[in-house]
Design a protein around this ligand. Structure first.
Ligand code: UT7
Length: 332
């Protein structure tokens, strides 16, 4: 039976660094509050006219292609996870396909927010295991900063979310026991409005109106407390589900890469699992929460820094808007 392996990863962060002090100049907040509640010290925001979701995805993908040591033409399918596409229609997959010169291959967009990359990876895994494709490009890329309410009202989300892109190449392999061992996906739509951007929705009389701008319904809205409480429970459950499905104990994990939602969430999970610091990867302090991009950016950095080595057991886990959550257990 074929398995799917991640053979390359790459990431791109926009150049513009936004510090907590910069935010304190836009809204009523301060460095101490942000660090204490979220762990974030700075984040990257895109530069309009320079960065797009697609340009960042292209840069991340090119690095992943180089690391995998493949020719771009070997990619047979693209899966693009984003909730902040460059256009309302079409999705970003086709824009990436065009830019990479891969006209003709399929390109799929995934809109599962913070869990988008794990949903996308799971799809790539199934396509590869079924024999449909041998090489798939999976991307997570977001520009959140342009949908943040930077007034006092929106400050709890505005200090967290940020921009960036990550990509991986997933390929079929015959190496037994290696690759993506399992993925587990979940959702609970009862909580859809706990973290959402309401407009421009299709079911209103007009897609965009002055009232929407006035009411802030074009901005991201989050009930942070509810999200936080559910995140801690679901992260733990879905990691334990992955371990149980593969008859593994927590101690077998070499590296846990949680979605970078809030450093306090990652630390709470680490504590619950009783994992030492060197077995949990965090880069939220530098980049904030880049939604679907956090996990591929983290994979790329962890690999680059030698924190992931051949044969390691790596666990990915995410929770976010939907609510949707998931995990992937990978023997590298
Ligand atoms: O990506 C996946 C989904 N997202 C998440 O997983 C995020 C989950 N939630 C969180 O990370 C946290 O809930 C936040 C960081 C968003 C907020 O932290 P919190 O500890 O839950 O704060 P809170 O919303 O309960 O607010 C506590 C206080 C409030 O003041 P009062 O009412 O106690 O006087 C807020 O008004 O902190 C105030 N506050 C702020 N103060 C300074 C809220 N945001 C800020 C801010 N700066 N940016």
């Amino acid at each position: 039976m074929k398995t799917s392996r991640i053979t390359g990863a790459g990431h791109y962060l926009p150049e513009r660094i936004v510090t907590n002090d910069d935010l304190a100049g836009m809204m009523d907040t301060n460095h101490e509050w942000i660090v204490e509640r979220t762990g974030i010290e700075e984040r990257r925001w895109f530069t309009p006219g320079k960065d797009t979701v697609n340009s960042m995805a292209v840069a991340a993908s090119k690095r992943a292609i180089t690391q995998a040591g493949i020719r771009t033409e070997e990619i047979e399918f693209i899966i693009f996870a984003t909730i902040t596409p460059d256009y309302f229609i079409p999705g970003n997959g086709v824009l990436l396909q065009r830019e990479l010169g891969l006209q003709g291959i399929g390109a799929l967009d995934i809109r599962n927010a913070c869990s988008g990359f794990i949903y996308a990876l799971s799809i790539a895994d199934q396509y590869i295991k079924s024999g449909m494709y041998a090489t798939v490009l999976v991307v997570g890329a977001e520009i959140q900063s342009s949908a943040l309410d930077k007034s006092n009202e929106g400050r709890s989300s505005a200090v967290i979310f940020a921009d960036g892109a990550g990509a991986v190449i997933v390929q079929s392999s015959n190496k037994p026991g290696h690759g993506i061992l399992s993925t587990h996906l979940h959702a609970d739509g009862d909580f859809a409005e706990e973290l959402y951007v309401k407009d421009p929705g299709s079911s209103r009389a007009v897609r965009i109106s002055p009232e929407m701008i006035e009411d802030g319904s074009l901005n991201l809205k989050m009930n942070g407390n509810t999200v936080f409480k559910h995140a801690i429970v679901r992260f733990y459950e879905v990691i334990m589900e992955a371990l149980a499905a593969n008859q593994k104990d927590v101690s077998a994990i070499n590296l846990l890469i949680p979605h970078q939602a809030n450093l306090r969430i990652s630390q709470a999970i680490q504590h619950k699992l009783n994992l030492p610091d060197d077995k949990v990867f965090n880069n939220i302090t530098k980049y904030g929460n880049t939604t679907a991009a956090t996990i591929p950016i983290a994979i790329s950095e962890a690999w680059e820094q030698g924190r992931i080595k051949e044969g390691d057991l790596v666990c990915l886990a995410a929770f976010g808007s939907g609510f949707a959550w998931g995990s992937a257990l990978i023997r590298w």
